[in-house]
Design a protein around this ligand. Structure first.
Ligand SMILES: Cc1cc2nc3c(=O)[nH]c(=O)nc-3n(C[C@H](O)[C@H](O)[C@H](O)COP(=O)(O)O)c2cc1C
Length: 390
């Protein structure tokens, strides 16, 4: 069973992930994981924190001579900013007079208040340190391992930004995989339309000047997915449900659409559903359209998996404060903060790729199992043979 946990605070010493269930014999190198971490740090509209951090993974266990061993893999990413926070985040009880950086002013839209009430603390730092999207760096590292395994079986996963505020790609148009793949790693927003991307950047500039933030949406596409992942037989095995859970778990993602769900809600069945065809030469079924987004009945159908995620505007507002109430004094104040991203859509998309890879690899290994890559490969090939002789 593929499973993992992450730990670590935003300004703590490091983020750590322990994952298990990866078969032995998977080639894994730090550079591949670092590439994904670097992609998460990019994007037009990011704040100063991303200039401080230069994420790089340490593999502390589970890999020998470049190959996984089959046991738990420990990944660690240092927080470079920790050196500025050693006293405020010390494990030991701080000495008198030490800067504690207590937070009693909860920011609307963050976990600050809900978490402080739940965990019985008047210092919201105890909450925000873990609720921060810094945690997603650890998930991107885990996702890089998942991607690496899926790639061995022909599955590749990418994302692109669909909209920022009112500026977006026209609805109902499926962007071809090749166009998304052609986006360079230094693309400012990973938008496939350069003119639209300029308008998106101008919108980010405008809200940044105003000390405000702006929402948007991104799409994750998984190509070459083996048909048959997930199951209609039980609610919690449905692949679409698992993908939606994975994507909504990203901080600030508030909605998920599988395929053309919003279009479907406005359409007749005869217009919406994808016709089924059969190619005798390849002995396989296929579709000419993919409004279902690659999943039917909670099972992958072999078409590209397409999921869009809707991201709320970030809640740390520099010059447009929201009303809030101090946890200690119960007095009202206006919440405004200096350092924050204006928009993190590109990064959220990269995290979206990681969590999609994790959801897919979990179901992939549940179906094909295997303690070694050799065994997993044999099981996978046997299933593909079974599909061809259907
Ligand atoms: C990559 C990424 C970067 C983020 N950066 C910020 C940020 O700089 N400032 C901020 O207020 N929120 C940021 N967020 C969003 C918050 O983490 C999130 O809104 C908050 O934890 C509350 O969770 P919720 O929005 O899911 O309710 C970021 C989210 C992601 C995915």
């Amino acid at each position: 069973m593929f499973r993992f946990l992450t730990s670590g605070e935003s300004h703590g010493k490091a983020l750590t992930a322990i994952l298990e269930g990866v078969p032995a014999g998977l080639e894994l190198d730090r550079a591949g994981i670092d590439r994904e971490l670097a992609r998460r740090q990019k994007g037009y509209g990011r704040g100063k924190r991303m200039q401080i951090e230069n994420d790089s993974v340490q593999i502390l266990s589970g890999v020998r001579h470049g190959l996984t061993l089959g046991g738990p893999i420990t990944l660690q990413i240092e927080n470079k900013d920790w050196k500025n926070w050693q006293e405020s985040m010390s494990i030991e009880v701080p000495l008198p007079g030490v800067k504690r950086r207590v937070v009693t002013r909860p920011r609307p839209g963050h976990a600050d208040l809900a978490g402080s009430l739940k965990f019985a603390t008047h210092d919201a730092r105890n909450i925000l340190e873990r609720a921060s999207a810094r945690e997603t760096a650890a998930r991107v590292a885990v996702g890089a391992v998942a991607k690496c395994l899926l790639e061995r079986f022909g599955t590749r996963i990418l994302s692109h930004v669909v909209s920022i505020g009112p500026h977006g790609l026209p609805p109902g148009n499926s962007i071809p995989w090749e166009k998304i793949e052609a986006l360079p790693d230094d693309s400012p927003l990973r938008c496939v339309d350069p003119e639209l991307e300029k308008r998106m950047m101008a919108a980010i500039d405008e809200v940044h000047q105003a000390g405000d933030t702006i929402g948007g949406s991104f799409e994750v596409v998984a190509a070459g997915v083996t048909p048959g992942l997930g199951s209609h037989t039980q609610w919690d095995l449905r692949l679409d449900a698992l993908l939606a859970r994975a994507l909504v778990s990203i901080p600030s993602v508030k909605g998920v659409e599988i395929g053309e769900a919003a279009l479907g809600a406005r359409s007749r069945g005869s217009e919406y559903h994808d016709d089924i065809f059969y190619e005798a030469k390849k002995r396989s079924f296929y579709r000419k359209t993919n409004r279902a987004g690659g999943v039917e009945g909670g099972v992958s159908n072999g078409e590209e998996i397409r999921a869009r995620a809707y991201v709320k505007p970030l809640s740390t507002l520099r010059k447009k404060p929201k009303q809030s109430v101090d946890l200690e004094t119960k007095k009202p104040f206006m919440a405004a903060v200096e350092r924050s991203d204006t928009n993190a859509l590109l990064a959220a998309g990269v995290v979206g790729e990681a969590v999609t890879a994790i959801a897919l690899v979990e179901r992939f290994l549940a179906k094909f199992g295997g303690d070694s890559m050799e065994e997993t490969r044999r099981n996978h090939q046997g299933y593909l043979r079974q599909l061809r002789s259907f």
